[in-house]
Design a protein around this ligand. Structure first.
Ligand code: AMP
Length: 217
């Protein structure tokens, strides 16, 4: 199947549940910057689901599906899974009923190619991106946070939670993902967030912004 082709059940007209004006949000930022925490809070505050490609891919690995087995090595070494795989996952997820009011993309897009494919998909489905929230923080702080999180929650520690792999993942972020900041900046969609601030201050800043642009209450 081509990456751009839509994967929608015949009986369900997309327009029926993907109206204009829904709250489509992208969270962009390096590992450890706090996207997941903010995604959870925004999800609860605006009653829209978070689509985390990392979580979906980890679930595939844990379930031992053919896809999970296929991506295992890439994931545990901290590299990016192919654009085709993640784009198809996201496209299939966005057309689900629970995304009708909006959705938060956490960890997607992660390459310019994914950004272009997403843009085309959203355009084809009449979905307007509301905002791309771009987080950043100092690299040493990001490493410290991820390692601390792994040490405090050994049950949640991942194979890729080592300083070496983390530094590689950060390099991949700045090389592959950071160009998306300009991509969305040129479209005037960016909200820049200083990830060194406290979680509560960050949530307040984002909500303040969203409450001004929100298309529904
Ligand atoms: P995350 O939980 O977002 O840090 O993602 C964990 C891992 O899943 C990443 O290191 C990648 O191997 C893979 N992954 C998640 N999202 C993407 C994406 N959009 N593109 C490529 N690989 C991804």
């Amino acid at each position: 199947m081509s990456v751009l082709s839509l994967h929608i059940e015949e009986s369900t007209p997309v327009e029926a549940f993907l109206p204009h004006g829904l709250l489509a949000i992208i969270l962009l930022g390096p590992p450890g910057v706090g996207k997941g925490t903010q995604a959870g809070r925004l999800s609860a505050a605006y009653n829209i689901p978070t689509i985390s490609t990392g979580e979906i891919l980890r679930a595939e690995m844990e379930a031992g599906t053919p896809l999970g087995l296929d991506i295992q090595e890439t994931m545990t070494s901290g590299n990016l899974v192919s654009d085709n795989i993640v784009c198809e996952i996201v496209q299939n997820r966005i057309v689900k009923q629970d995304c009708a009011k909006g959705f938060i993309l956490d960890g997607f897009p992660r390459t310019l190619a994914q950004g272009h494919i997403l843009q085309e998909f959203l355009r084809a489905n009449g979905i307007k991106l509301r905002v791309v929230i771009s987080f950043d923080a100092e690299e040493d702080e990001l490493v410290r946070r991820v390692l601390e999180r792994a040490a405090k929650n050994p049950e949640k520690k991942r194979a890729e939670d080592t300083e070496e792999i983390l530094r590689d993942r950060l390099a991949i972020f700045y090389r592959e993902t950071a160009p998306l900041i300009d991509f969305y900046g040129q479209q005037h969609l960016l909200l820049k967030i200083d990830g060194m601030k406290t979680e509560d201050i960050i949530t307040a800043e984002i909500k303040d912004f969203l409450d001004k642009v929100i298309p529904f209450k």
